[in-house]
Design a protein around this ligand. Structure first.
Ligand code: PEP
Ligand code: MN
Length: 373
């Protein structure tokens, strides 16, 4: 017992310390350990910066083993080697987490000044500037007449809009309609011009990038291509805005990293698109991940739109889902519209007819120009 009645340990030479004194010593040691850990973390950050500057891999497992050996070889005190190993492994893990966090924060997609105040411009259409943009049009370009009827209808919509239609189609079934390719691009461009509309269409690969870019105002990367890093890099070098769709098996972070490829290679005009992910739920074509909208918006200033047609694969619940994603902060919606969906060469079952399109936009309150516009 110490003088004050608390149990204590005898000091090497002198009277037994009190519990209070021992606790004061622990507090002081904690402060010293923390100061050392912070100093170590700073060196870790400096090493990370050095490695990045020299193109070296940030993680070096061999170096960790070396450090452990050095520490254990020279250790003394009550802890056993296994304990020390455990303690240092936690320190290494915390250091790696710190580096991960810093790397994530340093990504281009996280820059707050990424999008100009007026939004990302596709022609004169501003995305991410406050008014939801409607991306509408058929799944595929089929004929000039079909495109003309749909474009004429869309042109009457008063809000900001972009005519969508696929010319190069990434079909799951190789025997399904593959798109009119270059001929489709020309039809889309000519009809859009006639109605004063801007266009977005999908580019499937690097080999057709130049021809697609020559005919459209915005380039779409489809869900099946979100991981096509060579295409993403090539899009970085193209001076046109990109609509990047989320892969159906991709996490929100993977979508951001795909956008990072485009940004890091020189093109900052990227709009992200949630289009549903694959789950076990068969009542919708994909599962619309509404949560991805606020998650993405919390991580990046890049605009986020939602493709209701491919997410749902059905028309009857588009209105409530459209309301939900707009309430969640979406900067726009994509919907497939066809003048005769029952005769469409692709995705007929999910395309709205012209009256259905009007009903949807009216239901969403988008049929009136936004105040001040
Ligand atoms: C499309 O928008 O035409 C399309 C094929 O969509 P997704 O890539 O999302 O499947
Ligand atoms: Mn489609």
């Amino acid at each position: 017992m110490g003088e004050d009645g608390h149990p204590g340990t005898p000091a090497a030479d002198g009277p037994e310390a009190t519990l209070e004194e021992l606790r004061v010593r622990i507090d002081a040691l904690n402060a010293e350990i923390l100061a050392l850990l912070q100093a170590r973390a700073q060196v870790v950050v400096d090493i990370g910066r050095f490695k990045q500057g020299h193109g070296l891999d940030p993680y070096d497992p061999r170096r960790e083993e070396e450090e452990l050996h050095t520490v254990i070889d020279t250790m003394g005190g009550p802890f056993a080697p296994a304990d020390v190993r455990e303690i240092f492994r936690s320190i290494f893990r915390a250091s790696l987490d710190l580096m991960d966090r810093r790397r994530r924060q340093a990504l281009h997609v996280r820059r707050t000044d990424l999008v100009p105040a007026g939004g990302i411009l596709v022609g004169d259409v501003a995305i991410g500037a406050g008014t939801p943009v409607l991306f509408a049009g058929p799944c595929s370009v089929e004929t000039p007449e079909q495109m003309e009827r749909i474009a004429a209808h869309l042109a009457r919509y008063p809000g900001p809009k972009i005519l969508r239609a696929g010319a190069y189609k990434p079909r799951t079934n190789p025997y399904a309609f593959q798109g009119l390719r270059e001929e489709g691009l020309v039809i889309l461009r000519d009809i859009a011009r006639r109605f004063g509309l801007v266009t977005v269409t999908e580019v499937l690969d690097v080999s057709t990038l130049d021809v697609v870019a020559a005919h459209t105002d915005m380039l779409q990367v489809g869900a099946r291509n979100m991981y096509n890093t060579e295409l993403l890099k090539a899009l970085g070098r193209i001076g046109k805005p990109v609509l990047l769709k989320r892969g159906f098996m991709a996490t929100v972070e993977e979508l951001l990293l795909s956008a990072e490829y485009i940004l890091a290679h020189g093109n900052e005009a990227v709009v992200l698109c949630e289009r549903g992910i694959r789950t076990f739920e068969p009542w919708t074509r994909n599962t619309l991940d509404v949560a991805s909208v606020p998650l993405l918006k919390g991580e990046t200033a890049l605009p986020v739109i939602v493709d209701l047609s491919h997410a749902l694969g059905r028309k009857d619940i588009m209105l409530p889902c459209g309301r939900a994603v707009l309430a969640a902060g979406a900067d726009g919606l994509m919907v497939e519209v066809h003048d005769h969906p029952d005769q469409a060469l692709s995705d007929g079952f999910q395309q709205l007819d012209l009256a259905g399109f009007d009903e949807l936009v009216a239901g969403l309150g988008l049929d009136r120009p936004a105040p001040g516009r």
